[in-house]
Design a protein. Sequence first.
Length: 266
Amino acid sequence: MPEGDTVWNTARVLERALQGDVLTGSDFRVPQLATTDLTGWTVAESASRGKHLLLRLTSGERAMTLHSHLRMEGAWRAYAPGERWTGRPAHLIRVVLRTKRSVAVGYHLHEVALLPTAEEEKLLGHLGPDLLGTDWDPDEAVRRIAAKPDVPIGEALLDQRNLAGVGNLYKAETLFLRGLWPWTPVSAVADLAGTVKMAQKLVASNRGRWTQTTTGSLRRGQTSYVYGRRAQPCRRCGSAIQKEDQEERITYWCPRCQPKPAPPGS
């Protein structure tokens, strides 16, 4: 699942390719928008909100937003006119947007929708504070997480209603750096604000680059502490990294650096 920084970076790709230009053609390969033609519309802004991509378009006084979600497999690529499209197989193309200087191609996109910009909150209003947004509010994120004290902290960090932009990578790495067992109830997390701060720091540290690292190293195989490292030695203590399902996702942790809390009263 793309993390918030990946979606933010993708928004910058579309910004450089399309922003300020008039669309000379569009092709929607999703049933709900199959007959839509955006020729003549101007791309006013490319933005992200958590894991959601927003292309804001204008035509006279009208303002519309093209919304898409990448989920696991989605991607946008930008090409010069006449350049070969090499991003993914052609049957995965869902959206094509053309201008005089660029062609933006959306592959395997999900939740593609076109709606009035004034109604964006109908799609996004449930989201918590955006980790990479100008209105990032850590206190509100903490308040939302703390409102469900029995939920495991690993699940709480992934809940986009609490804070928007954390995926499995940053969840696992945040919990390792904070020494938290992924199934620790929110109520048992001593410094919830510190955990939220760490998550935001990690996501923001990779904004603007495609290679994600939480260790500070960009070398292959050295970019994470626990994520994707099942059975490999912990970089701190040498214990074997564990991997297990957590709800519908998987998680990684070090059993020594992130010990299971002792039962109350033990």
